[in-house]
Design a binder for this molecule. Sequence first.
Ligand SMILES: Nc1ncnc2c1ncn2[C@@H]1O[C@H](COP(=O)(O)OP(=O)(O)OP(=O)(O)O)[C@@H](O)[C@H]1O
Ligand SMILES: [Mg+2]
Length: 221
Amino acid sequence: MGFIDLNNVSFKYKDNQFIIKDVSLKLLKEDFTGVIGPNGGGKTTLGKLMAGILKASKGDVFIDGLNSQDLKLGAIGKRVGYLFQNPERQIFAPTVEEDLTFSLRIKGIEKQQILIKAQEMMELFQLKHLANQFPFTLSQGEKQRLALAGTLINDPSFLILDEPTTGLDIERKKQLTNILKKLQKKGVGMVFISHDDDFINNLSTRIIQLIGGEIVADKRK
Ligand SMILES: Nc1ncnc2c1ncn2[C@@H]1O[C@H](COP(=O)(O)OP(=O)(O)OP(=O)(O)O)[C@@H](O)[C@H]1O
Ligand SMILES: [Mg+2]
């Protein structure tokens, strides 16, 4: 069994046609799995099914051995970190620092510990000078770094990143690659959905290609 298992999963939004068609996959923590494919192929939909954000219309998704149908988002959040394709979906606090620490504050973690963790993440993602700024006024790359920092601050044991390099400059992209490589060494499993060939080729140990809601290729390096 993988950390995330999809067994004959199909999915449709409301009454529309199936967007994901009978997909079976085992995602291992040891892998860095890249998901590629054309626009509208179902990558984001598949990522949300893997993360338990969407529930399968047919078939089953198991996350850490538990059926995602039975898992509340909070329980999933402890196991899987998810980065949305559009970082604005994840921004909702009046300052960068509050936004970053939101998930820790609702967990009731001690203030001093939250502060230390926030400093560490703001250092890592170069957000310190923006700590008191209104998140919506950040540049695209800054928003992306904030969203990444907010995902990683929870120390997830598995990460699903939808287009993590969007808006990042070359230097920031290199830094992100290094951060993710370090996390991999610590045993964090990863799936990243990306159109960025360099990024995918540099990090992936396995590449899945999705076209029209079906897996057309699944290769290990
Ligand atoms: N909430 C929704 N309601 C109805 N249809 C949707 C919804 N979200 C996505 N779709 C449709 O599902 C299909 C797959 O979309 P999805 O976002 O999963 O593709 P993608 O592979 O991530 O594309 P991109 O490379 O552009 O990010 C598209 O045809 C899209 O229009
Ligand atoms: Mg997408």
